[in-house]
Structure formats: structure tokens, C-alpha cells
Ligand binder design. Structure first.
Ligand code: PLP
Length: 481
């Protein structure tokens, strides 16, 4: 099992990944009989050895992989990683299998959280903790909010549970992980008060005030106001300053979900829309979105991590803290110190050292490198929107704030109703994905079906974006001919 051939075998996998990265291979679906065959014999009784595993990885598993890293993939909000974080993640797998102890990995965990905070222009009294993604990062932030809100009523909610009906406020564009987090936290999914958004998909502050007033009269405990900095659907940014002011006025926790959009602040054309984020009590951002880290890393920031500890700490254990040297011992070995005890601040004990990936990205590209990418991606969304406005066969359904464009094909005939146009665009998107390299996804904007490219892909160029628009017109014309 220990082969001593990691370099040789990794280099073979690396070569295959470089090959995969040219994206000249057929779609995974066309090769599905190959990869389903890998397991058809059931669990092997006798092992096949490392060379068999490597060969199957190279010949079948990698070529059967996803289109997500392709330069023309713009679906959902996801992309494949670049070289530097792949190297760092690979290194961490063996040299830093856990993020603890007096090691470079524990140090990079903490420093990269600070760098990421500084990159996004957040106040330097915020401290972070990584988790696996925005879903968990939101849960951790709302766990802090819940702890804080109930402590103010004299209840340690983490010890004794939720003892009064509570509410969380978010717009109708909020990511559904907020509802799920409220379910897990015992506040209840139904406790999320859905505040309507305006015609640019931003929460309406006056409607938020009304909800807060109603619930205050009903005696509900307000746990948090959630603003989104870059909604998943259209990339809208809630009026964060107004939300922050309302939260301050009512003494309610203010959480900002910037899983996708927080790095958008680096684009000075959009930066003013982030005014108010500095007043947030908690903020999340996903390096595995716009920064193109390998999937599995998000950061939650709060001002006082001891609140996280009160909300999430483990019971003390003899095998962990109990096995540490006495406090006044001078550390002489990496195992004499445990490093920052992240296990007490969120949901995971064992966890990969994700900070090395984030460090590698920021070390490689610097603030200016990330800014250039963010600006370029925002430019793509604006370009697509302008193009759609300039061609009578297309229609732009949003004015992009960040890097998401929402457009549809309407054709030349003006007697088509909405339902017909929706159906046409559904078919168009399927054909686009099946017959061209271009792979955006879709959404609904104010009841209309939209083809929705989200540009966070580090491999995309202007030629790809132009090719997409031409393909869209070509297929649309053909479908309506
Ligand atoms: C993607 C996203 C999430 C969820 O993050 P995951 O990393 O997919 O778990 C939460 N909020 C927003 C605004 C997002 O865009």
C-alpha cells in the first residue's frame, strides 16, 4: 500500500489531468458504460494493486469526469480549480492531513482567513473559521446569531435548546441553505420571514421593517437579518447599508451571505453597493466559487470567535485537550501545541487543511490578480447583456450587478406569448448544451425563463463569450425557422 512511488504516479495523473484540461474528449455520458463497468463485479475480494487503480483512474475515471472545469461552462455558481490550489490541496493531503498542531498548515489556516478577509475589504477585527461550503458557513454564522440572541434573554441556547419562537429575516432571493440552517438549528424553516425584493431582486427595507414590527408584537425572538451580497439567482446585492441600519436600530444580528459575491467588491465599479457589509456581525464567502479553489471550502467571519465556541464547542475530552502538555511547558515540538482549535468553532473535528489552498491562490495572484479576474468576469456579464439589448432577437432580463447575465431568445415574430418563449428557450438551452461547447444554466426572472451564464470560470476568454452568443442566435433562428 505504501508504494514510495507517489511522485511517479502523481505525475501520470497530472499528465492525464493536463490532457483532460484540453477538453477535447467526448462528454462523460458517452462513456458511461466504461465507468459503470468499474464496479459491476461488486466489491473485490482480492485487491488489484496500485497499478490497476492508477490505470483505471487514467483510462476511465478522469475521462469520465465533469464539464465543470471547461472554459465554456458557466452553469450554477461553480467552476474547477486552477493549478496552485490543486498543488496545495494535494500537498496538504499528506503533509497536513489535519489543520491542527504547531505546523505550517495550522498557520496558513489562520493567515489565509485573514488574507481573505483583507482581500474582501472586511474590518480587521473579524476572525474566521473554514468549513466545507456556503451551506455550512451559513449554518455556523446563524448558529452564532442564535447563541447571541438567546444569551441576551439569559438563555444558553446551545446548552438548553430553543425555548421561544424565533424568526430570521431574508429576501425572497435568499439561498435556500438559510432555511435549512434554521431547520437544523431548531429555529425552524418556517421561521424564515421571506421579505419581498424589488424589480432588481434586492430586499425591500420597508417590507423588512413591517415584518419586524409584526413579529415584535407577536413576541418572536429576532435571531438575524440576512442580507445577500450577490444572490445566486441574478447576482443582486441587497441594500446592505439600510439593512445594517435597521439591524442596529432594532438590536438584531446582521448576517451577510457573500458566498458567491463578496469578492465582487474588488471591482471598484460595484464596490459602493457593498457599503454596510462592514457593519455585519457575520459574513461568509466561498473561495470555491469566484476564487476557483477546489470545491469544499468556505469561510465564516464573526467579530468574537468566543461566541462561536459557546455555540459549537465540543465537550472537553481526555484524548484531545487532556493529552496536551501543561500550559507553561515551552513548546519544543509541533505536537507540543495544538494550534488554533477550530474544532470548537464550527461543526468539524477532523477536517482538511483548506487554508493552504486559499493561501496558494492569493500568493500566486495577489489582490490585483483577483481584482483583474473579477472585473473581467463582470465585464463578460455586461457584454452579454449589451449584446442582447442590441439584437432584436434577444432580450436581456436583468441589468447585471456582478458576473451573472440573464437573457433569452425571443426571435423576430412578436406574436409569441411568454409560455411559448419559455418553451423555446428550454429547448434552446438543451440543444446548446448537447451540440455546442457552451454550458450556461437557467433560471426564472420575474416569471420568465432565462438562460443564465455565471462567469466565474478562470479559463473563459472573450472568444468563448462571443462564440456562445453566436451559437445562441444560430440555434434560436433554426428552432424558429
Ligand atoms: C452557493 C451559495 C451558497 C451555498 O454554498 P455551497 O458552497 O454550495 O454550500 C449559499 N449562499 C449563496 C449566496 C450561494 O451563492
Amino acid at each position: 500500500m505504501e508504494t514510495g512511488r507517489l511522485g511517479e504516479l502523481l505525475s501520470a495523473v497530472g499528465d492525464e489531468l493536463d490532457q483532460f484540461n484540453r477538453f477535447e474528449h467526448p462528454d462523460a455520458h458517452h462513456r458511461r458504460t466504461e465507468w459503470t463497468a468499474l464496479t459491476q463485479d461488486g466489491l473485490p475480494e482480492q485487491g488489484h494493486g496500485i497499478d490497476a487503480v492508477t490505470k483505471e483512474l487514467l483510462d476511465v475515471v478522469v475521462p469520465g469526469g465533469a464539464r465543470i472545469s471547461e472554459p465554456t461552462f458557466w452553469g450554477y455558481i461553480t467552476t474547477g480549480p486552477t493549478t496552485a490550489p490543486i498543488l496545495a490541496a494535494t500537498a496538504a493531503t499528506l503533509a497536513g492531513p489535519q489543520r491542527y498542531m504547531g505546523t505550517a498548515f495550522n498557520h496558513l489556516e489562520e493567515r489565509s482567513l485573514d488574507w481573505l478577509r483583507d482581500l474582501c475589504g472586511l474590518p480587521d477585527d473579524l476572525r474566521g473559521v473554514y468549513s466545507s461550503g456556503g451551506s455550512v458557513a451559513n449554518l455556523v454564522a446563524l448558529g452564532a446569531a442564535r447563541q447571541w440572541a438567546f444569551e441576551r434573554r439569559g438563555v444558553d441556547v446551545s446548552a438548553s435548546g430553543v425555548d421561544a419562537p424565533a424568526a430570521v429575516y431574508a429576501s425572497d432571493q435568499v439561498h435556500h441553505t438559510v432555511q435549512r440552517a434554521c431547520g437544523v438549528l431548531g429555529i425552524g424553516r418556517g421561521a424564515v420571514r421571506v421579505v419581498p425584493s424589488d424589480d432588481r431582486q434586492r430586499m425591500q427595507p420597508h417590507a423588512l421593517r413591517e415584518r419586524l414590527d409584526d413579529d415584535a408584537r407577536a413576541g418572536l425572538v429576532p435571531v438575524a437579518i440576512v442580507g445577500t451580497a450577490g444572490t445566486t439567482n441574478t447576482g443582486a446585492i441587497d441594500p446592505l447599508r439600510e439593512l445594517a441600519d435597521i439591524a442596529h436600530e432594532r438590536d438584531v444580528w446582521f448576517h451577510v451571505d457573500g458566498a458567491y459575491g463578496l469578492p465582487g467588491r474588488l471591482d471598484e465599479r460595484v464596490a459602493p453597493a457593498y457599503d454596510g457589509v462592514d457593519a455585519a456581525d457575520s459574513v461568509i464567502v466561498d473561495p470555491h466559487k469566484w476564487l476557483a479553489a477546489p470545491v469544499g471550502v468556505a469561510a465564516t467571519y464573526v467579530r468574537d470567535r468566543s461566541l462561536l465556541v459557546r455555540a459549537f464547542r465540543q465537550e472537553p475530552s481526555d484524548y484531545l485537550e487532556g493529552s496536551m502538555p501543561d500550559q507553561d511547558d515551552v513548546a519544543e515540538n509541533s505536537m507540543d501545541v495544538i494550534g488554533v482549535p477550530y474544532w470548537d468553532m464550527a461543526l468539524e473535528l477532523s477536517a482538511p487543511a483548506r487554508g493552504a489552498q486559499v493561501w496558494a491562490i492569493l500568493r500566486e495572484q495577489g489582490r490585483e490578480g483577483v481584482r483583474a479576474r473579477v472585473r473581467r468576469d463582470n465585464d463578460f456579464a455586461r457584454y452579454v447583456t449589451q449584446f442582447a439589448k442590441g439584437d432584436h432577437r434577444l432580450q436581456a432580463l436583468t441589468e447585471p450587478t456582478l458576473s451573472i447575465a440573464c437573457i433569452r431568445y425571443i426571435g423576430s415574430a412578436d406574436d409569441r406569448d411568454n409560455a411559448t418563449i419559455d418553451t423555446l428557450n428550454r429547448r434552446l438551452l438543451r440543444q446548446l448544451i448537447r451540440t455546442t461547447p457552451y454550458a450556461p444554466s437557467a433560471t426564472m426572472v420575474a416569471g420568465r425563463y432565462a438562460i443564465r451564464p455565471c462567469f466565474i470560470n478562470p479559463r473563459t476568454t472573450q472568444e468563448h463569450v462571443d462564440g456562445f452568443l453566436q451559437a445562441l442566435l444560430h440555434l434560436g433562428d433554426r428552432l424558429t425557422a
